[in-house]
Ligand binder design. Structure first.
Ligand code: SF4
Ligand code: SF4
Length: 190
């Protein structure tokens, strides 16, 4: 089954009432030229190309979009945004899809969300990432010992080469609470 057939198997939603409406408006003048796909450094790892993703958004294929890994692999490099001949805000649109995945607590993105939260908590507490503390926090939230075992040898290897600090850091090294609060307020208006 090719990718287009796969997307057709997912349920389509009412274009006038779904959470994709705002994103559809952002990219509605897409002409399907494929420049975004040709510009994307992460396209090789995506199950749908960026061009296909925008087509799915225009078609209101919400299930297919959120079963796809495409938007979660966007690294916000802005190449597609700079090169799109219609001047569409594609990186922002990718970001909006990530926000929907978080806000709607989609199960496929649960682990990614927990990792993201552990990362931000570490930066919030210390002003930088404290790898050991962050990963410990992440593993505890996962409550799955198999995941810990999977990463254990890599962690030890990194530590032996001095790539991973063995220190947890203390809360309040360089807290960024005020900055995080401001971003939270700004995000309420997105
Ligand atoms: S580059 Fe722009 S117009 Fe071309 S397919 Fe991508 S989003 Fe559509
Ligand atoms: S912003 Fe995202 S989708 Fe666009 S080219 Fe970069 S990685 Fe690919």
């Amino acid at each position: 089954m090719n990718q287009v057939e796969q997307t057709q198997n997912y349920q389509e939603v009412d274009p006038s009432s779904d959470s994709l409406k705002h994103i559809r408006e952002m990219i509605q003048s897409c002409i399907q030229c494929g420049t975004c796909t040709g510009s994307c450094p992460n396209e090789f790892a995506m199950d749908h190309t960026p061009r296909q993703l925008w087509r799915m958004v225009l078609m209101g294929q919400k299930d297919a979009i959120f079963h796809s890994r495409t938007f979660s692999l966007c690294s916000s490099c802005y190449s597609c945004t700079l090169r799109c001949p219609r001047g569409l805000p594609l990186t922002d649109a990718m970001h909006q899809l990530k926000l929907i995945a978080v806000r709607e607590k989609l199960s496929e993105y649960k682990i990614a969300n927990l990792f993201y939260k552990s990362f931000l908590d570490s930066v919030n507490d210390h002003g930088r990432v404290r790898e050991l503390g962050m990963m410990t926090h992440f593993f505890l939230t996962l409550t799955d010992p198999m995941v810990v075992l999977k990463f254990a040898s890599l962690g030890l290897k990194l530590m032996s080469k001095g790539k991973l600090s063995p220190h947890f850091g203390s809360k309040g090294d360089l807290p960024l609470g005020a900055l995080f609060k401001k971003v939270e307020e700004m995000e309420k208006n997105i």
